[in-house]
Design a protein around this ligand. Structure first.
Ligand code: CDP
Ligand code: MG
Length: 153
């Protein structure tokens, strides 16, 4: 089992797509184990996007990501980091294939609706940035025997 961090960005909230996006993760069989709405401060944005702070487009990204409420969540599942990234599609909604979240709902490189951690180190760092250990509510869904075979783990 693996956990990854997702963030429904301000465009997702403003466009009333939160429910549809969360439904896609639920329908896939992923387990949501933490979730909260918050407003990202410029300080948090710089920590979250530390790898991009020096980029020419960082200022615009910070204005976007701090420009409205977001929803942070932790989802759990087999290979969850890779599975979620595949569900998001390429960074730009113009490149992401149809059938992915960005491919289906976004026509923008910046306003691409959802963030997902890009690897195990990023997942650990981002989960710790947004959540206390006590805010994570792990549980075993009763439907688990109907989501995968018992030897798939
Ligand atoms: O989110 P992802 O890992 O796919 O992309 P990234 O290259 O790590 O960039 C982080 C975020 O910055 C993207 O999801 C976009 O919202 C934004 N971005 C942007 O505003 N302009 C760019 N030229 C590239 C990315
Ligand atoms: Mg990235």
């Amino acid at each position: 089992m693996q956990r990854t961090f997702i963030l429904l960005k301000p465009d997702c909230v403003q466009r009333r797509l939160m429910g549809r996006v969360i439904s896609r993760f639920e329908e896939k069989g992923l387990n949501i184990v933490a979730m909260k709405m918050l407003r990202i401060t410029p300080e948090l944005a710089k920590q979250h996007y530390a790898e991009h702070v020096e980029k020419s487009w960082y200022g615009a990204l910070e204005a976007f990501i701090t420009g409205g409420p977001v929803v942070a969540a932790i989802v759990e599942g087999l290979d969850a980091i890779r599975v979620v990234r595949n569900m998001l599609g390429a960074t730009s909604g113009l490149d992401a294939p149809a059938g992915t979240i960005r491919g289906d709902f976004s026509g923008s490189r910046q306003m691409n609706l959802v963030h997902g951690s890009d690897g195990p180190e990023a997942a650990e760092r981002e989960m710790a940035l947004y959540f206390e250990e006590s805010e994570i509510c792990g549980y075993q869904p009763t439907i688990t025997p109907w989501l995968r075979a018992s030897d798939e783990s």
